[in-house]
Design a protein around this ligand. Sequence first.
Ligand code: HEC
Length: 129
Amino acid sequence: MWRNRGSGAALIAFLLAFHPALADNAAAQEPLPEDPESGLVVAPGWELVRANCSACHSTRLVVQNHKTQAGWVHTIRWMQEKHGLWDLGASEETIVSYLASHYGTQTQAAGFRRRPLNQPALESTENAP
Ligand code: HEC
């Protein structure tokens, strides 16, 4: 028992350290402030996003989207190939990690979750003859 508790704590520490989403949730009890002008969440990297992602379209187009890290990289490559987005160089890593943390698929689930199904209506359908 004693030993198990020790390894439980180690597991939690491991998860917090190596699972960015869990660490984020633990740290993000308070909602992060948003820059009123761009709509971007003010967190490390946001100024790089504002500087690189607002020249051709509004940052609103960025904040209304939710993608995985791979999805954001894909969108960036697409804009680079088709729309003349420049090489983001050393900033790309910070930009992608900012986007995936604050406009990732986890935030989509929270922000755009549909209302629960109407349970009585479902039950009545199920019990219909
Ligand atoms: C050189 C111009 C340019 C820059 C700079 C630019 N984009 Fe775009 N982006 C576009 C164009 C063009 C579209 C297509 C717009 C449309 O469909 O109306 C687009 C569309 C998008 C979309 C919507 C399409 C999709 O697949 O979700 C997102 C999200 C997006 N950009 C994010 C970004 C991010 C993040 C950055 C900064 C890293 C950025 N953009 C910088 C040109 C640019």
